[in-house]
Design a binder for this molecule. Sequence first.
Ligand code: DX5
Ligand code: ZN
Length: 219
Amino acid sequence: MSEKIVAPSLLAADFANLQRDIEMVNQSEADWFHLDVMDGVFVPNISFGMPVVKAISKHAKKTLDVHLMIVDPDRYIKTFADLGAHNLTVHYEACNHLHRTLQSIKSEGMKAGVALNPHTSVQLLNDTIQDIDLVCLMSVNPGFGGQSFIENTYQKVAELKDLIAQKNAPTLIEIDGGVNADNAKKLTDAGADVLVAGSFVFKSNDPTATIKGLKERIA
Ligand code: DX5
Ligand code: ZN
């Protein structure tokens, strides 16, 4: 069984001390950086855009996992590749031609991810799963950090795991939203490969120790 991945979400970092928080993640046992890009249209919030991703990219020494919560993401695939994104995740709900979008992401040398809102069925990926490197199951409604975990997510993880096995697909399962010490192990036991954690890490007293604790819990 391959190692489980922890991806701290910088949305919960201190933006006035971003370099400090990036260095903390660099030095920690975390595996990836999770970057949430929001446009105020697809989701009711605006987070940060290209200049900030560029600044993060300059200092981050681990995989950049970019989660686009934007409409018409095809417009910016090349831009995020040039900024140093390793994984680029688009929302199923934001793509009219998902298959083409996935091919474009891969043609820019990135891993292709698809995020599903809590109301979006895993079964909608039946025809594309073999082309998807990572499925991000939203365990909160996207747009904000610090929300509580939606329990139905466990059921979706199990369904997605079955679909991946059935199609013999190479896809990783990522969980995003409300992840903490109480649900982490249950999620990886259900089949999750990647846990995104924002508030749980950055709002804790000792983020480095929190990351370490999370890694130990799901090892
Ligand atoms: C929500 C974002 C998440 C968010 C998670 O729209 O996609 O990545 O940062 O934050 P927490 O872990 O605080 O729920
Ligand atoms: Zn996210």
